[in-house]
Every structure is written in structure tokens, then in C-alpha cells.
Design a protein around this ligand. Structure first.
Ligand code: UDP
Ligand code: MG
Length: 325
């Protein structure tokens, strides 16, 4: 039988307390995978962790050999962010099917297996995305929902689904399409929507974090969200056109009113207050629009430098010996 490869791509930043537990959970899917004709590969991307994450991962190599798991470790020279870690992992993954998964056991390897099975049962589809079953009703969830609505509308991509997480299983075709986009500012949900392919939702509820704390603070999430909109939509640039049209129309109407008052009613209009108000408003609008232009310009500037998305400090791999070789 032609043995295929399933790659778990794990981004890890200061996850020393979770690596062993993750590997243990991943080991349990080796056998069911083998029954479906798959071998397991785990690609760890250590995103410049300052704790023992890399050592812990290297410590797994002997156990991986015993379990016939291919294991790879890409370590960054500093923290480049989760998106960069996912990209590095994907670059090094050899799987016929791949899965982006977190190291903190909020997303279970067993769920990844179930998602792979779902994908295998639906050959028309190339991707299965884990979707949060209930997002909750808090302010944060509301904001997040509105953000995805704005992103879908402004980018014209209907598929940037609110509940879908980065926890996905996808085919080699999708992996190659993602790798063909070497952009510096990466926003995976947008990239997945942009490359197309049919995606099945897989309802799931994330577990509690096994150990450590999330690094996604609210300001970091807001920056990530604004980055997503700037990467996938040029709609904010049109704000200038609409604001310009609106203020010009308002100015014209005001001008006509003032002239009529002067000519037909004979009212002298004392000017200072209105002039100050108009100046302030126009100045504000111009600064806002300049700011938006600046954001896009900065992105072109950074992308123009063509800097790498991440820098690798060290790479190690250990491929399990296959019986048929
Ligand atoms: N992560 C990363 N680089 C970072 C921040 C996070 O690789 O700069 C990893 C982290 O180790 C975890 C995953 O991304 O495996 C999700 O991070 P986290 O659990 O902090 O986010 P949350 O689950 O709260 O969305
Ligand atoms: Mg987490």
C-alpha cells in the first residue's frame, strides 16, 4: 500500500510545560493513522522561545523514533510571531495532508485525526476548518464577529468565516498554494479564504490551556485585526474619496446658503467660529486619510525590502526508518 504522510505543524512559543503532553497526545493517533495508510510527521516551529521549549522538543527525538514518527524542529533566532511560525512549519512539512495546531493542547491531535478522516470521506473538499461551537456573548466576541463581517465585506471574500480558527487540516494542493504567497504580513484566515478550495466546517470546543498563559493580549488582537484588514482590503483607501465627496458637498451647500443669506436677507455672517470649526474638521479628515495612506505605504516599504518572514537559528530532523525501504 502506498503510505501517505500526515503533518502536524505546531507553533510553539514558551510552551516548555506543554511539549511532553502534546507529544503524548499526538502519539495516540499514530496507530489509527496507520490503519488509514498514514504515517505521522510532527513539525515544531519554536518561535524564539526563551524557556526550554527547544530542549524539550529535542528530548522527544528518541521517543519519536520508537513510535515511527518523523520529527522536525525549526528554531527561530527571535520571536517572529505565530503566523511566521506557521509559515516556517509549513515550509518544512512534507505531508500529503497538513494540520496547523497549537502546542498548548487547546486543540487536540485526536481532533486533527477526526478532521483528516472527515476530509478523506469528502474527496471534493481540500480543507477542514475547526469552527468554534459557541463563541459566547461577551464584548470581545461581539467585536471579533463584527471584525470578520467588515473583513468579508471589504475584501469581497465571503469565506472569511468568523468561527473558523487556524486549526485546519488541508491537502498538499492548499499547502502549496499557501507557500506560493511569500508575503511578509501574513494573516492565515485571509490567506485560506484567498486561495479558495472548498472547506468543510468541523464544530469543536477548545480545551483549557494545559500550562502557561496566552500571549494574545487585547491590544495585540486589535493590531492583528487591523493588519488583517490592511492585508486583504483596499477599502480603507476609499474612505478618502467618500470623506472628500461629503465635505465638498457640505461646503458647497454651506457656501450657497451664506450667499443667499447675504444677497436676499442681508445678514452679515460673523466668521471666526465657523472658520475655526471647518479648519479643524478638514484638518482632521486630511490627517486621517494621510494616516491610512501611510499604513499602506509602510506595508509596501517593508515588503519592498523583501526581508524574510523569519530567520532560522537551527534546524534538526529525524525521519523514522520505513519498513518498505
Ligand atoms: N505562539 C507562537 N508565537 C507567538 C505567540 C504564540 O508560536 O508569538 C503559539 C503558541 O505557542 C501556541 C499558539 O501559537 O501554540 C497559540 O497561542 P496562544 O495559546 O497564546 O493563543 P490563543 O490560544 O489564546 O489564541
Ligand atoms: Mg492557546
Amino acid at each position: 500500500m502506498n503510505i501517505r504522510l500526515f503533518s502536524l505543524i505546531v507553533s510553539a512559543y514558551n510552551e516548555g510545560g506543554n511539549i511532553d503532553g502534546f507529544f503524548e497526545a499526538a502519539s495516540t493517533i499514530v496507530r489509527p493513522l496507520a490503519e488509514q495508510g498514514f504515517r505521522l510527521e510532527i513539525v515544531f516551529a519554536d518561535d524564539g522561545s526563551s524557556d526550554k521549549t527547544a530542549d524539550k522538543i529535542r528530548g522527544l527525538f528518541p521517543a519519536a523514533a520508537c513510535n515511527s514518527i518523523d520529527i522536525k524542529l525549526v528554531s527561530f533566532s527571535r520571536n517572529f510571531g505565530k503566523e511566521a511560525a506557521m509559515y516556517a512549519g509549513l515550509k518544512n512539512a512534507a505531508g500529503d495532508f497538513c494540520c496547523f495546531i497549537d502546542a498548548d493542547l487547546q486543540q487536540r491531535p485526536e481532533t486533527a485525526l477526526a478532521m483528516l478522516e472527515m476530509l478523506l470521506l469528502n474527496p471534493d473538499y481540500d480543507c477542514v476548518a475547526a469552527c468554534l461551537e459557541n463563541r459566547g456573548t461577551g464584548v470581545r466576541q461581539k467585536l471579533s464577529s463584527s471584525f470578520y463581517k467588515i473583513l468579508s465585506k471589504s475584501s469581497g471574500m465571503q469565506d472569511v468565516v468568523d468561527e473558523a480558527s487556524d486549526f485546519r487540516v488541508f491537502s498538499r494542493a492548499v499547502a502549496d498554494a499557501l507557500l506560493d504567497m511569500p508575503e511578509y504580513y501574513r494573516f492565515s484566515k485571509g490567506l485560506f479564504a484567498w486561495v479558495g478550495f472548498k472547506t468543510l466546517p468541523f464544530p469543536y470546543t477548545p480545551d483549557e490551556r494545559h500550562s502557561g498563559e496566552t500571549t494574545w493580549t487585547f491590544p495585540k488582537l486589535v493590531r492583528y485585526g487591523i493588519g488583517g484588514i490592511l492585508s486583504f482590503s483596499t477599502a480603507p483607501l476609499q474612505v478618502a474619496i467618500w470623506l472628500g465627496l461629503f465635505t465638498s458637498a457640505a461646503a458647497l451647500i454651506y457656501f450657497i446658503v451664506v450667499i443667499c443669506q447675504r444677497l436676499f436677507i442681508g445678514i452679515e455672517i460673523p466668521g471666526y467660529a465657523t472658520i475655526v470649526a471647518l479648519l479643524l474638521m478638514l484638518g482632521g479628515v486630511q490627517l486621517l486619510v494621510l494616516g491610512i495612506l501611510g499604513e499602506y505605504l509602510a506595508r509596501i516599504y517593508i515588503q519592498g525590502k523583501d526581508r524574510p518572514v523569519f530567520i532560522v537559528k537551527s534546524y534538526s530532523e529525524q525521519l523514522a526508518i520505513q519498513e518498505d525501504e
